[in-house]
Design a protein around this ligand. Structure first.
Ligand SMILES: [Zn+2]
Length: 85
């Protein structure tokens, strides 16, 4: 594990604010390799925002920036996101 890398639990609170459901157990499908995994298992890198990367192929699944009461999300690397409702 990279010293700068966190797991998906690091962004679970922020994602839960947006989606209002439990996010660590949400299942995402990677647009790069097609692997499915729980959000809690993704690799998270923090800079000006968060980059969630596929633990299998390193595709950037989501980019999330939160500032001034707003959240910007780029989910272009995520094929699907399955949540329990
Ligand atoms: Zn992948």
């Amino acid at each position: 594990m990279d010293a700068l890398m966190l797991d998906g639990n690091a962004v679970a609170g922020l994602l839960q604010e947006v989606f209002t459901v439990e996010m660590t157990t949400a299942i995402g499908t990677c647009g790069g390799c097609g692997a499915t995994d729980a959000v809690g298992a993704v690799h998270v890198y923090r800079g000006a925002g968060f980059v969630l990367r596929c633990p299998h192929c390193d595709t950037a699944l989501m980019k999330v920036v939160a500032a001034e009461g707003r959240v910007w999300m780029d989910c272009s690397g995520l094929r699907t996101l399955e949540v329990s409702v």
